[in-house]
Design a protein around this ligand. Structure first.
Ligand code: NAP
Length: 279
């Protein structure tokens, strides 16, 4: 199959590697010539260009640009595509994208691979990033079933676990497990940076180890992605943050009151519930 990728960054680059290894012919379009050359040299695409017309012969196109560019890029792309071409995207937010694209391109299937890295760009791309990871598809009532089936087949070949839900359900769910953690982790780093005693600050930096690495990783990632998640999933993220603030206040209250039994009970309940999220 001829598959197009628009945006040869981390996710686009990873997709290119895996799709080529499945025997697909991969056409890539990106913003900078240097990225196109790197993508070819690394083996992520067969052909690359700055010109969207390269994708005119693709049967399926994955849109892998930053969230805010997905809708305008699709509107430009469709002037080059035959009606039968299928478009899917990998954006971390679904409702505004699906609402804007579905009316202008029938064969559009919203998608979101739940896999990533803190580094951005083609240099960070790797093989098999999507293996055993959830990959959410958000078709709507008007999406042709044939388009969904074809995107599902490709996603399954990446080794991903496919989920279907409504775009709005997707955005609310990812606000809990993806977008809230970015802001919580960013606040954690900012709080550590507020230490005013330089000696204590230096000690804290030297003592930082696995616990700090686990809890700070997503708060120091790609800033463009963090801002766009907040901008395009603002209300769901705010709802999660308001709830989080309540939980934080509850923990503060328990510790101020030296209620150690209740604190232990809460941590124990969290421990039991955690396996529902992570194995
Ligand atoms: P990234 O590494 O920064 O890649 C984005 C790429 O888009 C850049 O390499 C850039 O290419 C290209 N681009 C920017 N403007 C463009 C334009 N006008 N035309 C063509 N290409 C353009 O970001 P990413 O992490 O792969 O994220 C891409 C998408 O994946 C986002 O929508 C994000 O929500 C989604 N996503 C990300 C993750 C994650 O953890 N990172 C996980 C799941 C989904 P140049 O290098 O040529 O400038």
């Amino acid at each position: 199959m001829k598959i197009g990728i628009l945006g040869l960054g981390l996710i686009g680059g990873c997709l290119g590697f895996d799709l080529r290894s499945q025997g697909h012919h991969v056409l890539g379009v990106s913003c900078r010539q240097s990225t196109c050359e790197k993508a070819i040299n690394l083996g992520s695409v067969d052909q690359a260009s700055l010109d969207l017309s390269l994708l005119a012969s693709a049967e399926v196109v994955f849109i892998c640009t930053p969230i805010g560019l997905i809708v305008p890029q699709v509107k430009e792309l469709i002037t080059h595509l035959p009606k039968a071409a299928i478009i899917t995207d990998v954006g971390s937010v679904k409702m505004p994208i699906v609402e804007a694209i579905s009316p202008v391109w029938e064969n559009f299937v919203g998608g979101h691979p739940m896999a990533g890295k803190t580094d951005a760009g083609i240099e960070a791309a790797q093989r098999n990033l999507f293996v055993n990871r959830p990959y959410v598809l958000t078709p709507v009532a008007t999406t042709p079933s044939n388009a969904v089936t074809i995107v599902e087949e490709i996603v399954r070949s990446l080794g991903s676990i496919i989920y279907h839900c409504q775009p709005e359900q997707h955005d609310r769910a990812v606000s809990w497990i993806s977008h809230l953690p970015v802001i919580v982790s960013a606040s954690l780093i900012a709080a550590c940076l507020s230490e005013t005693d330089p000696e204590i600050a230096a000690l804290a930096q030297n003592f930082a180890s696995s616990g700090f690495r686990d809890t700070s990783r997503v708060g120091g990632g790609n800033p463009e992605l963090g801002v766009m998640m907040a901008q395009y999933n603002r209300q769901a993220l705010l709802n999660s943050l308001y709830q989080y603030r309540e939980n934080l206040d509850e923990f503060i209250h328990i510790i101020e009151g030296k209620n150690w039994e209740l604190l232990a009970e809460k941590i124990k309940l969290n421990h039991q519930a955690l396996h529902n999220f992570l194995e």
